[in-house]
Design a protein around this ligand. Structure first.
Ligand code: NAP
Length: 310
């Protein structure tokens, strides 16, 4: 079995920043990513609050730079879905379908995925008008009517992005106040293509072969109505990618990994960083910060086991 000092699971900004720090510390480190690097960030068209980039940076460009920088110092990246992490005497084993690897320490950086609405029509019309990624699918809705559901940073940011394509963008939010950052709210309010439908939740997505409308309910009046649209983009928050841990470490009631401020989980030698962790603010900059701390903590842990701590 291949042996490492540290295995990082997940190649979003947290995992890549963690890999950079560990590689620079000359720890033998492997990062295992399931599908593609970048996590939620790579699905973002423009990231304008990552410090040091006053004109903003594309999500895919930032991901590429993070990867290049970590690999420059020797981070090894491989692909596969980690199914299980288990303890073997002093080491931790991470198993994918293809391979088993061992390391003195493991870092969980598996991020989070978009939450679904769980309403009729959502699964049926996925890829036929229902989407969770504006950068991936926005261009399919040129001159169409687009509905966006949600009131957080993602919904408002992506609604703004979708105005590049849609004839109009109708943002449905369950309250009458947005959760998104004020600068995004101001921009959306000033955009003629964006209409707001307040105090409303989607009940059902309607159509034949493709989405044709969404049925909504006003939560204050109880009145139901239909909005005609060809695309519906769902941005109602995230759920952490922690199911595969199967009780390995302590999670909170929503499934986020509980860590201390050194990114230590409830199991010795297992650390967590980024969006999969219980924390106040989920941003690229905080993911990278977490990654650096997790790297340092796991380095100390592994060096103590090897007897090479200073
Ligand atoms: P979020 O902040 O959790 O917001 C989710 C939104 O969806 C909220 O407005 C919520 O309404 C609404 N919602 C939740 N469940 C719903 C349901 N079942 N039906 C209808 N509406 C529902 O999620 P997010 O916007 O995806 O952001 C996730 C994290 O990433 C946040 O920490 C965010 O700050 C961060 N992020 C940052 C940026 C940036 O800085 N540029 C960009 C994207 C994401 P309520 O408001 O009523 O709860």
């Amino acid at each position: 079995m291949d042996q490492y000092d540290v295995i990082i699971i997940g190649g979003g900004p947290a995992g890549l920043a963690c890999g950079l720090y560990l590689a620079r510390a000359r720890m033998k480190t492997l990062l295992i990513e399931e599908v593609g690097l970048g996590g939620q960030a790579v699905l973002t068209d423009e990231i304008e609050n990552y410090p040091g980039f006053p004109s903003g940076i594309k999500g895919n460009e930032l991901t590429e730079k993070l990867k290049e920088q970590a690999e420059k110092f020797g981070l090894v990246i491989d692909y596969g879905k980690v199914k299980e992490i288990k303890k073997n005497l002093k080491s931790w084993e991470a198993a994918t379908n293809q391979k088993k690897r061992e390391a003195l320490s493991v870092i969980i950086a598996t991020g989070a995925k978009p939450k679904k609405l769980d309403i009729p029509g959502e699964d049926e019309f996925r890829g036929k008008g229902v989407s969770y990624c504006a950068t991936c699918d926005g261009a399919f809705f040129r001159d169409k009517d687009i509905v966006v559901v949600g009131g957080g940073d993602t919904a408002v940011e992506e609604a703004l992005f979708l105005t590049r394509f849609g004839k109009k963008v109708i943002l449905i939010h369950r309250r009458n106040r947005l959760r998104a950052a004020k600068v995004l709210q101001e921009r959306a309010q000033a955009n003629d293509k964006i209409e707001f439908v307040w105090d409303s939740i989607p009940l059902q997505i309607l159509g034949n072969q493709q989405v044709e409308a969404v049925k909504i309910k006003n939560v204050k009046t109880g009145k139901e109505s239909e909005i005609s649209c060809q695309g519906i983009f769902v941005f109602v928050g995230l759920i952490p990618n922690t199911d595969f841990l199967g009780g390995l470490v302590e999670l909170d009631e929503r499934g986020y990994v509980i860590t201390d401020d050194e990114m230590k989980t409830s199991r010795e030698g297992v650390f967590a960083c980024g969006d999969c962790r219980k924390k106040l603010l989920r941003q690229v900059v905080t993911a990278c910060g977490d990654g650096a701390v997790a790297a340092f903590s796991s380095q100390k842990y592994a060096e103590e086991l090897k007897g090479t701590a200073y």
